[in-house]
Design a protein around this ligand. Structure first.
Ligand code: HDD
Length: 712
């Protein structure tokens, strides 16, 4: 009895606790017989019940009616934002007890593995839209802790568009497809959004992030996550600190280039979700460290921005990120709908030790998420869906409502009561106690003056970008604003961003047919925050994907040794050929090509390798698809490697101005601008290592003028 009581109050959380809970709901259909939803076995499901073979279908066909009714009701409303997403299971472990700052139990004991479910998403597109559109990415994590569920509902950018949640419907309406014709899908490049931007200067900073490479991540495994809003840690003495949450991927932060992202949207619209799915299936488990920026309450007014303003970040150079734990995603879902679609996040799902602040964006979020689940999941019992159930026990007086699962015993569903000794009883000691912040003010529909610095952090961000990142931002403006048909808005964009930086505004104007600013713009910010530039991120080759372009007559040793070196470094390889199937090497050894130029494309790989073998090189040189493949990889600044006669093929492509191993080369590895070549098969070991280094670099931006010189 004592055990049951103990269990009722305090679950023993283990890494697989959530998986085991879900198993109780999972159904296996192997070797089973077809039944109705009432469990009645069916003899056939291929024909409806008719009055005569050619006659009308009969009303009494209960199987037809049930099957059709279920089908007719299979869709639920998609999320109003973040409709397209992809989830995975894993666990979180803290590195050290955070007792000094918070009493949150999952942040105390490094030996505890708290189960988590994460859903990554895009914001604007509908459920069937492409993964690689320019957009903010959602990064929502549900921690199934012993104290109940904690949701960290984050994005991959540290700031937000607006100050106050009351503007959320406006910004979302402006960026979504325009209501009269539902065009364009999953894109900010249209009149209504930019009309809203130029009318709402607080957006300036977020636009800089949205038009940066952060908005087209290479992988969900390679992006940061940010809680954005300012929260509080509260310790068991009731002392609070302001905090910001960060997720830092161990693979570094990396992005696609825009041309590539657009092509992937057509060739592989599931690019990011497949990448996550495959990585987990291959055992390459995505890992993210959890970091916090911690501020003393007395330092609230120490900064030249308001720490409650969600359009500002706390520069890591000023408030260091303390790494406090790590999350590992190690299990794919069994059923997309049951798990990823039905999961319901809410920033208001907090546990003792984590509390809110008066950040007006956060305050509004605290209403919206619970509200939206009521329509999306059809009633107040969505917390009972397997994916949403906490591991901590639920005991309260809430009853009834659509789809109630639990069978709550007894006559009592009110408090206080004497019939049940007042159970379920509040727990003043362990129960959630809101931080007792003193609040005193007049009721006003107004915004604090301290929020009204719209441009200085936008300039800080701009100053922090590398040259190539700046160039990409300018090109993104040319694309986005170039698609705006209203000339007045284009000019207003130039004028607005002149407040960020004059050079930026002048460059924007050049590309979109507007007049450059006539006044020197910018502001007094000259500082930079190196932490926001992706140039300074972690660079590893692990988990990258390389295409080997191979045809008959290839050099077997070149292929197998290079493949082995890459595999040893955790890089995966796909053989691409004109035809899928068996290929023969120059010494008649076999290799299987798994992809042809129709099933795959250059944009789906991080790097390309072309082996030696005269016949192979000649065939490649006569195939437009192979040439295009390599040209595109070169243009997208990816690593390229080639050995022996493969280099002759490279010479026939648009790879110009890069030194390649020449005929006289006797075995040295020649590496220039991410192109690695060798003419001697004896030293393939070093060649492989150089290639791995070039892949780890992610992109080789020093290739001069590639954009102009390489067509495509
Ligand atoms: Fe939100 C979903 C993140 C501001 C209202 N939001 C949603 C999701 C993420 C975020 C990751 C998807 C969750 C999932 O995968 O199911 N949202 C953010 C961040 C914000 C933010 C980091 C800025 C700090 N959101 C925000 C505001 C509002 C909302 C200001 C409204 C006042 N968000 C919603 C929502 C959604 C949502 C309408 C749609 C689906 C859902 O909640 O479950 O309630």
């Amino acid at each position: 009895m004592a055990d049951i009581k103990e269990q009722k109050q305090k679950p023993n959380i283990k890494e697989d606790s959530k998986t085991n809970q879900l198993k109780g709901f999972s159904v296996n259909h192997d070797d089973t017989k077809l039944t109705t939803n009432q469990g009645v076995k069916l003899s056939s499901t291929d024909d409806s019940l008719k009055a005569g073979e050619r006659g009308p279908t009969l009303m009494e066909d209960f199987h037809f009616r049930e099957k059709m009714t279920h089908f007719d009701h299979e869709r639920i409303p998609e999320r109003v934002v973040h409709a397209r997403g992809f989830g995975a299971h894993g666990y979180f472990q803290c590195y050290k007890p955070m007792t000094e700052y918070t009493k949150a139990k999952f942040l105390q004991d490094p030996s505890v593995k708290t189960p988590v479910f994460v859903r990554f998403s895009t914001v604007v597109g509908s459920r069937g839209s492409a993964d690689t559109v320019r957009d903010v990415r959602g990064f929502a994590t549900k921690f199934y802790t012993e104290d109940g569920n904690y949701d960290l509902v984050a994005n991959n950018m540290p700031i937000f568009f607006i100050h106050d949640a009351i503007k959320f419907p406006d910004i979302v309406h402006s960026i979504k497809p325009e209501p009269h014709n539902e065009i364009p899908q999953a894109s900010a490049a249209h009149n209504t959004f930019w009309d809203f931007v130029v009318s709402t200067p607080e957006l300036a900073h977020m636009i800089m992030w949205l038009l940066s490479d952060r908005a087209i991540p290479r992988s969900y495994r390679m992006m940061e996550g940010f809680g954005v809003n300012t929260f509080r840690f509260v310790n068991d003495m009731g002392k609070a600190h302001f905090i910001k949450f960060h997720w830092k991927p161990l693979l570094g932060v990396h992005s696609l280039v825009w041309d590539e992202a657009q092509k992937i949207a057509g060739k592989a619209p599931d690019f990011n979700r497949r990448d996550l799915w495959d990585a987990i299936n291959m055992g390459q488990f995505p890992e993210f460290e959890l970091g916090v920026q911690i501020l003393k309450e007395e330092d609230e007014f120490k900064f030249d921005f308001d720490i409650l303003d969600a359009t500002k970040f706390w520069p890591e150079e000023d408030v260091p990120v303390e790494i406090i734990g790590k999350m590992t995603l190690n299990r794919n879902t069994e059923n997309f709908f049951a798990e990823t679609e039905q999961v319901a996040f809410h920033p208001g799902n907090v546990v003792p030790g984590i509390d809110f602040t008066n950040d007006p964006l956060l305050q509004g979020r605290l209403f919206s998420y619970l509200d939206t689940q009521l329509i999306r999941l059809g009633g107040p019992n969505f917390h009972e869906l397997p994916i949403n159930r906490p591991l901590a026990p639920i005991h309260n007086n809430q009853r009834d409502g659509y789809h109630r699962m639990t069978i709550d015993q007894g006559a009592v569903s009110y408090s206080p009561n004497s019939i049940q000794n007042n159970a379920p009883m509040p727990d003043p000691k362990n129960g959630y106690i809101h931080y007792q912040e003193k609040v005193d003010g007049k009721k006003v529909r107004a915004r604090s003056e301290s929020f009204k610095d719209f441009y200085r952090q936008a300039t800080l961000f701009w100053n922090s970008m590398s040259d190539i990142e700046k160039q990409h931002i300018i090109e993104a403006f040319h694309f986005e604003v170039g698609k705006v048909s209203c000339k007045k808005i284009k000019q207003q964009v130039v004028d607005m961003f002149n407040n960020v930086d004059s050079m930026l505004a002048t460059e924007i104007a050049k590309g979109v047919g507007a007049t450059p600013p006539s006044t020197v713009g910018g502001n007094d910010v000259v500082a930079a925050s190196p932490a926001v530039s992706m140039e300074n991120t972690i660079k590893v080759a692990q988990t990258r994907k390389v295409a080997f372009l191979v045809e008959n007559g290839f050099n077997y040793q070149d292929v197998t040794q290079t493949m082995q070196a890459l595999k040893d470094a955790g890089v995966s390889v796909e053989i691409v050929s004109k035809n899928i199937g068996v290929l023969n090497s120059m010494d008649n050894q076999e290799l299987e090509a798994g992809q042809n130029y129709l099933t795959t494309a250059s944009v789906l790989y991080d790097a390309v390798f072309i082996p030696g073998g005269r016949e192979c090189a000649n065939t490649l040189a006569n195939q437009g698809d192979s040439m295009g493949f390599v040209n595109e990889a070169f243009k997208h600044a990816k690593a390229i490697a080639s050995s022996n006669e493969g280099i002759d093929f490279l010479e026939s492509t648009q790879i110009q101005g890069v030194a390649l191993a020449g005929m006289e080369n006797t075995g040295d590895v020649v590496t220039e601008l991410g192109v690695v070549t060798i003419r001697n098969t004896a030293d393939l070991g070093k060649f492989g290592q150089e290639f791995i280094k070039a892949i780890a670099e992610h992109r080789h931006w020093a290739r001069k003028d590639i954009k102009e010189k390489v067509p495509g």
